[in-house]
Every structure is written in structure tokens, then in C-alpha cells.
Design a protein around this ligand. Structure first.
Ligand SMILES: Nc1nc2c(c(=O)[nH]1)N[C@H]1C(S)=C(S)[C@@H](COP(=O)(O)OP(=O)(O)OC[C@H]3O[C@@H](n4cnc5c(=O)[nH]c(N)nc54)[C@H](O)[C@@H]3O)O[C@H]1N2
Ligand SMILES: Nc1nc2c(c(=O)[nH]1)N[C@H]1C(S)=C(S)[C@@H](COP(=O)(O)OP(=O)(O)OC[C@H]3O[C@@H](n4cnc5c(=O)[nH]c(N)nc54)[C@H](O)[C@@H]3O)O[C@H]1N2
Ligand SMILES: [Mo]
Length: 761
């Protein structure tokens, strides 16, 4: 696969996040994708109460939005979806899949929107157009012939609440709980860790908490790129003098400072807001140790003058004494070694905590994508519980979700864990016997695919084979799946790497007008702060042949399932309001008056017991948890030259969607085949800037893992650690290298050997 445009050029990025760079960037992509000509007013409706919810990240949408409530990342995502470019049957007639397999991720998606339903033709190795009815009939007939528990229903986190609810019903009526989703690679460590410790699987913080907090701890989340609209809240907090203490191995521009592109004054004056008041370059996988150090310093301070919230601990928590004993037993030597941070630095951070009345902890993939991802989440909760910082205005835990409706999908039943779905309620509502056997999550599904056990894979969005670990083995096994069906907006690698029978079904995007028998339809999504929002598409669809996601799910369901007198799929497709009524009937406490409340400015919030200091845990209290080990990664297989690789995103991508080969914030242009390395390591290994190396997986499990042709970029990362891009580095991640309790692939600490280019055996 050619994944880039040759040698990268680098420069020192000197502008803050936001600022002129981000405006220029937006203009470039709007023009490049011919979006301006098509619908220039569209962006003004982004994240507005009467508009559409951004298709990029899941950050909260305020009740009183800025005139331009979008960021450069969101504008790019919109431009990418509303592009004037499109591909139909003629494109696929001209290109065999063997040829397309050689194209880069960027090239594939850059062709534009998919427009017609397609079936792979083995004789010519091309996708051929077929009528929608034929596609549904053939897929349905095939599904009826498979073992019910051998079919996988994957979803990426973009589909609406309505589509997601219909999709989980399809899977359960078909006969399994095989509903892996992108959060299995993302915040599943949060769902497991927060559920266990505070009794809700999601964050407790709302937008108004940012106005009341007086201290923010920020772990492993790259706000300037991945949730830039949050910079508004951070900037406002910083103006009030709120300290932001950041833990991140890499010095991220967007975490250092910010210029608000929506403030003409700031843009003209070049005024920057410093975001992080302390920046701690923790070693990848060192967060549990770092937080242990914070807690140790806090307990020590408490012996001098009380800083713990003893009343809260006594009334609301369980397990404090055990945790305190573990903190006292932990040695500073071990804490310093595993976190890579000096005791004095951790004590300085703890001092800020001790002075704060309301502490908030924000975190992302740097915390969850580790062997100890769930333990890391537990340690963040420990840090907050010590001071009673949950269920107090301005305080709480804030996991920053990824896909724009990934949290919502979970809320309406997309889960492989039967105990998390209201199965009895579904049984009563639809008169069928829901399967009770646990389904497959993402890693389970990969294992079953490698074992050649999966008979069909349905993908509701996403780019599964490119997003998961173990690329080489997965791609080979993928080609042996009897049936693969992908519902998608744009062409990607997982459409080119396909099963023995393969269908590609093009759908409307969320920005587009959705016309059904009952008139124009709107959908709903849940944001990172558990608020539900209505979203109405405003752009003309990319092609008249597209179907909406609800219509495609219904089409498959009607063909694969026997009719059910209690469920009229066509009526649901004609009027999504009826799906919302059904969601309300299944989840009355969350979705009361759903159709009436969906347009509430700022959204309506899901009830969160923990935010009210009610703890739906085993003990009925918030749980302190004792970490098993401060060793960040118990299964590293070290060799002499082994280094710890962590995979990161650039501002030129949304996950596997590569908008460009540039990384504006890190100053790299023209290539993603790069490795960010500390100058000390470059000297030790005799490498210069621009030298080419290969990475080889260090695990000794009989599998050869390699990514060749990576150029060295000197960067401010801790010695012994290197950063490379996701998904280019995914071939290096062993499938078994995942978070212990949540099975999130441990993409932020991968043991690798750096080799001179071309030294492959
Ligand atoms: N523009 C854009 N927006 C996006 C996405 C995108 O690809 N592009 N993806 C969306 C999705 S699905 C998600 S999940 C989110 C992801 O958003 P983030 O959670 O920000 O994910 P990453 O960029 O993968 O990594 C975050 C940071 O973790 C740091 N890090 C790595 N290892 C460690 C560690 O061990 N400890 C600590 N403390 N930090 C570490 C990295 O240096 C990086 O800055 O963004 C969403 N938004
Ligand atoms: N090494 C490493 N691996 C990782 C990560 C990492 O940090 N490092 N991050 C992980 C994370 S957090 C995540 S969430 C996963 C992401 O995994 P996925 O969610 O599976 O992947 P995406 O790249 O978001 O999917 C992009 C595709 O979705 C389709 N699409 C876009 N919009 C729509 C739509 O509206 N409807 C439909 N039906 N399809 C649409 C397009 O065809 C596009 O090509 O990757 C994970 N993999
Ligand atoms: Mo994600």
C-alpha cells in the first residue's frame, strides 16, 4: 500500500492551537472538496439547536452556541461528507479490487461519496451495481442460512440513536448479542472502570461544571485536535485563573496554548491563552504510577493539615483504608521509575489539588488504551474521591468520547453484554425471546474471525479491519469470511479487503436531508456529557439513490427475519418519531417525552445517579480500588533495543479517514510514515532526522509484525518511547495485547524493536 507522498518535510510548529492556522486549514478543505460551492451556509447550522449535530467528535453542544459553533476538525468532517465528488458503477468498473488494494487510505476516501449499492463480482474482481431490493433479498437469504451465533453486527459510533436501536433489535431478533462497536477500542475501559467504581459507565461532568471548577487534571487527551470545541470551556476556565495540570508523554501544541479563531480581537492581536499550567511528560502506561504519586503526596500533605474530604469518604465511599495502605506502601522509587516523573513534579501537581475546592479530571485514549486501562480509570476515580470531587458543582470525571454518538449507541442497547441490555423489556415489547448468551466484543470478534468461525460480518459504518490490531493476520482471515456487508458513506480499506461474498451499501450522512414517506426526518445523538440532541440534515443528498441508515437496517431486517406483528419496520422508516416512541417505551426513565424534548437547546440530560451522589455499585458506595501493579504494562517482552511505541492521531485525520498527509500541530507535512523520537534516543541509536527505519514487533509469539519505511522526526517525547500514527502502525499490535478487563486494544504502549530500513530477514 502506498500510504504517503514520499519524504516528509518538517518545521517547528510555532502557532498555537486554533488561530490562523486552523482557519486556513478549513478554507483549504472546503475548497478542495468543492463544499463551498455546494452549500456554504451549512456550517452555520452545525451544532445549533435547530441544526445538525457535528459528525466529528462527541463534545457537548451548548444551549447558547457561538455564532460559529464548529472547529477546524468539525468543519473538515462536514466538508469531507458534503463533498461534491462521488463515485458510481463506472468508477468500480474501471478499477479491480486488487488494484484498489494498492491505494492509500486517503486516496480511497478522497474519491468521494459512494452512490449506488454494489456487489463484488469474483469473475472480474470488481464491485457491480445491483438494485437495492436484490441486495436486501440476497443478504437476507444468506443470513437465514448461517448459524445464529456466528454472525457479527459491528457498529462505528456515528449512527444515530434511532438507527442504533433498530440495529440492536435486528441482531437480537436474529439471535445473538454479537454487537461489538468502536467503543470496544476506545472508552470501554471507561464503561467498565466507572461502572465498577461509581456505578455509572459515563462521565459525571456537564458543561456548567467548567464554569465552576477551580482545578482541571488532564490525562492523555489531545483536545486541540480531537475535541477542539472544548477549548472554549478551557479557555474560559483559564481566564478565571483555573490551573490545568496535564499528563501526556508528548508535548501537544493544542494542550500548550490556544488562540480563539472566533474572536477577531485575539486573531488580530495574536493573543494566546496558555492552556496547561503544568505539563508532565509521563511515560506511556505510566499514569497509574503517576496518580499513585499524586495520592501519596496528598496523603502526606493531609498529615500536616487536613486536605482530604473525610466526611465524604466516610459517608459515600468504600475501601479507603485498603487504598490508603497501598498508597503508603508504594515506594517513590517505583513511582518515579514507572511514571518517568520526578517526585518533586508530582508533589507540585498534588499541591494544586490540595488547594482546590472543585477538581475535574478529563481524560482520553492515553488512559484507556492500555493493558491497565481499567485500572487507570480506577486511579483517576481514587484521586477524585479523596477530595469528594464527584457530585459537587465544578468537580467530576470527564472521559472525552470519540465518535459523535458512540456514547448514545450504548444507551440504546448496542452492547455485547446481555446484562446491560433491557432484555426482559424487549421481550415484552416485541414478543420474542432475546438471546441471553454473551456476545462478541471487538477483540472476541477478531479472534473468531482468525479462527475462521465467523460466517458473516455486517458493518454499520467504520473501517473495522483497518482500525483493529494485528492487521496482517486480520486481512488474510477477512477474505475467508463467507459474507461481508458494509454500510458506508465513503470507500475504505475494509471495502477493498472483503469476504467471499461482499456487498457495499451506500447511505445518507447526518448532514443530509432525509426524506421519507412521512416527510423530512430528524435523528438524535448523545454527547460526551450525556445530553441528547436532535439533528436535522440540511444538505442535498450526494445522490438520489442513497438510502438512510434506518432504511438499510430495516431492509436487511425484513429480509433476514420472519415478520413480527409487533414491529412494523416500514412504519418506523416512514417516521423516525415512531422509533423514538419505541425507545422511550424501552427506556422510560431516560427518554421521557423524547419527541418533545429532543430539540431542547443544549440537549436533555440522561439521569446520572453518581452525579447526585447515589452509587449504583455492589457496595452501594463509591469504590476506592487498589491497583494490581504500578508496572504500566505487565506483558512487555523486552529486548536490548526495545522501545515503547504509542500510536497517535493528527489533525489531518478522523480515525482511519485520512484528510491529508499533514500534521499541522506537529509540523510534519507530506507523509504519515514517520516516527517521533527523542533526540537522546536518536543519538543513542545513531539516527539522524529523516533517516528511515523499520519497526518490528518485540513480542515473541511466533507472529512476525513489521512496519517498514518510517522516517525519524526529532520530538519532545520521553527517552525510550516513540510515537507513530494510527492506523499505519496497527500491524505492530498483537491482538492479545489489550486491556485486561475491557479488552480495549493497548494501542498506547506497544513493544517494538527499531531496525535500520531494509534489514528485514
Ligand atoms: N480531528 C479528530 N477528532 C477526533 C478523532 C480523530 O481521529 N480526529 N477521533 C475521535 C475518536 S473516535 C476518539 S476516541 C477521540 C480520541 O481523542 P484522544 O483521546 O485525544 O486520542 P489520541 O489522539 O489517540 O491520544 C490522546 C493523547 O494521549 C497521549 N498519550 C499516549 N499515551 C499516553 C499515556 O500512556 N498516558 C497519557 N497520559 N497520555 C498518553 C498522546 O500523546 C495523545 O496526545 O477523538 C475523536 N475526535
Ligand atoms: N493503533 C490504534 N488503533 C486504534 C485507535 C488508536 O488510537 N490507535 N483508536 C481506536 C478508536 S478510539 C476507534 S473509535 C476506532 C475507530 O474505528 P471505526 O469507527 O471502525 O473507524 P472510522 O475510521 O471511524 O470509520 C470510517 C468510515 O466510516 C464510514 N462512515 C463515515 N460516516 C458514516 C456514516 O454516517 N454512516 C455510515 N454507515 N458510515 C459512515 C466511512 O465509510 C469511513 O470510511 O479505531 C481504533 N483503533
Ligand atoms: Mo474512539
Amino acid at each position: 500500500m502506498s500510504q504517503d507522498r514520499g519524504k516528509p518535510h518538517t518545521h517547528t510548529p510555532n502557532m498555537p492551537a486554533g488561530g490562523w492556522g486552523s482557519l486556513g486549514d478549513v478554507a483549504t478543505i472546503l475548497l478542495d472538496q468543492d463544499t463551498v460551492a455546494k452549500d456554504s451556509a451549512l456550517l452555520l447550522k452545525q451544532n445549533k439547536p435547530d441544526g445538525y449535530a457535528c459528525v466529528s467528535c462527541a463534545w457537548a453542544k451548548p444551549a447558547h452556541p457561538h455564532p460559529f459553533e464548529f472547529c477546524s476538525s468539525g468543519a473538515k468532517a462536514t466538508a469531507w461528507e458534503t463533498t461534491s465528488r462521488s463515485i458510481g458503477a463506472d468508477f468500480f468498473a474501471r478499477h479491480t479490487l486488487a488494484e484498489l488494494a494498492g491505494w492509500s487510505d486517503h486516496q480511497l476516501e478522497d474519491q468521494g461519496r459512494l452512490t449506488v449499492p454494489l456487489r463484488w463480482d469474483p469473475g472480474t474482481d470488481t464491485y457491480r451495481e445491483i438494485p437495492w431490493d436484490t441486495a436486501f433479498a440476497e443478504i437476507g437469504a444468506a443470513l437465514r442460512g448461517f448459524a445464529r451465533d456466528k454472525v457479527v453486527f459491528y457498529s462505528s459510533g456515528r449512527a444515530s440513536l434511532e438507527t442504533s436501536y433498530m440495529y440492536q433489535l435486528l441482531a437480537r431478533m436474529y439471535g445473538n448479542n454479537n454487537l461489538p462497536d468502536s467503543s470496544n477500542m476506545c472508552h470501554e475501559s471507561t464503561s467498565v472502570g466507572l461502572q465498577k467504581t461509581i456505578g455509572v459507565g459515563v462521565g459525571t461532568v456537564g458543561l456548567d461544571d467548567f464554569e465552576q471548577t477551580d482545578c482541571i487534571f488532564f490525562f492523555g487527551q489531545n483536545v486541540g485536535v480531537n475535541s477542539p470545541r472544548m477549548l472554549h470551556q478551557l479557555q474560559a476556565a483559564r481566564r478565571r485563573g483555573v490551573p490545568v495540570i496535564t499528563f501526556n508523554p508528548l508535548r501537544e501544541r493544542g494542550l500548550v496554548s490556544f488562540t480563539n479563531p472566533q474572536s477577531p480581537l485575539e486573531m488580530l492581536s495574536g493573543h494566546e491563552t496558555v492552556i496547561s499550567t503544568q505539563y508532565h511528560q509521563v511515560r506511556p502506561a505510566g499514569d497509574s504510577a503517576a496518580i499513585m504519586g499524586l495520592c501519596k503526596a496528598i496523603l502526606a500533605a493531609d498529615e500536616q493539615a487536613p486536605v482530604l474530604d473525610r466526611a465524604f469518604i466516610a459517608q459515600h465511599t468504600h475501601g479507603f483504608e485498603d487504598f490508603a495502605a497501598a498508597v503508603r506502601a508504594a515506594s517513590w522509587d517505583e513511582i518515579e521509575r514507572e511514571s518517568g516523573l520526578a517526585r518533586a513534579a508530582l508533589e507540585a501537581a498534588a499541591e494544586v489539588w490540595c488547594k482546590a475546592r472543585a477538581v475535574m479530571a478529563v481524560y482520553g485514549m492515553g488512559v484507556t488504551q492500555h493493558r491497565n486501562g481499567v485500572q487507570n480509570v480506577g486511579m483517576i476515580v481514587n484521586l477524585l474521591l479523596l477530595g469528594g470531587h464527584i457530585g459537587r458543582p465544578g468537580a467530576g470525571v470527564c472521559p472525552v468520547r470519540g465518535h459523535s454518538n458512540v456514547q448514545g449507541q450504548r444507551t440504546v442497547g448496542i452492547t455485547e453484554k446481555p446484562e446491560l441490555a433491557p432484555l426482559d423489556k424487549l421481550k415484552e415489547q416485541y414478543g420474542f425471546e432475546p438471546p441471553r448468551k454473551p456476545g462478541m466484543n471487538t477483540v472476541d470478534a477478531c479472534e473468531a474471525i482468525l479462527a475462521r468461525e465467523v460466517q458473516a460480518f455486517i458493518g454499520l459504518g467504520g473501517n473495522f479491519v483497518r482500525a483493529v490490531p494485528e492487521t496482517a493476520l486480520m486481512e488474510a482471515a477477512w477474505r475467508e469470511i463467507p459474507l461481508t456487508v458494509q454500510i458506508a458513506t465513503k470507500l475504505n480499506r475494509n471495502h477493498v479487503v472483503h469476504g467471499k461474498a461482499s456487498y457495499l451499501l451506500p447511505c445518507l450522512g447526518r448532514t443530509e436531508i432525509d426524506r421519507q414517506a412521512g416527510g423530512q426526518q430528524a435523528v438524535t445523538v448523545e454527547d460526551s456529557t450525556a445530553c441528547m440532541h436532535g439533528s436535522r440534515g440540511m444538505a442535498e443528498p450526494a445522490a438520489p439513490t442513497l438510502l438512510s441508515e434506518p432504511a438499510i437496517v430495516a431492509g436487511i431486517a425484513k429480509a433476514a427475519l420472519d415478520p413480527n406483528p409487533k414491529l412494523d419496520w416500514d412504519a418506523w422508516v416512514a417516521d423516525y418519531g415512531k422509533v423514538r416512541d419505541a425507545i422511550e417505551a424501552t427506556y422510560p426513565a431516560i427518554f421521557r417525552d423524547f419527541n418533545a424534548r429532543m430539540w431542547t437547546p443544549g440537549g436533555f440530560r440522561k439521569p446520572l445517579a453518581a452525579a447526585e451522589r447515589q452509587w449504583e455499585t455492589a457496595s452501594g458506595k463509591a469504590e476506592f480500588t487498589v491497583p494490581d501493579s504500578l508496572r504500566g504494562d505487565p506483558d512487555l517482552h523486552r529486548e536490548a533495543a526495545g522501545m515503547r511505541l504509542f500510536t497517535i492521531r493528527s489533525d489531518g485525520q478522523f480515525n482511519t479517514t485520512i484528510y491529508s498527509h499533514d500534521d499541522r500541530f506537529r509540523g510534519v507535512h507530506g507523509s504519515r510514515m514517520v516516527l517521533f523520537m527523542a533526540p537522546a534516543d536518536m543519538a543513542r541509536l545513531g539516527l539522524g532526522e529523516g533517516d528511515t527505519v523499520d519497526l518490528r514487533g518485540a513480542a515473541r509469539d511466533g507472529v512476525e509484525r513489521r512496519v517498514a519505511g518510517l522516517r525519524i522526526v526529532p520530538y519532545d517525547v520521553p527517552a525510550g518511547c516513540i510515537a507513530g500514527y494510527y492506523p499505519e502502525c496497527n500491524p505492530l499490535i498483537p491482538l492479545w495485547h489489550h486491556a485486561r478487563e475491557s479488552k480495549v486494544p493497548a494501542a498506547k504502549a506497544i513493544d517494538v524493536i527499531v531496525e535500520r530500513a531494509g534489514s528485514a530477514p
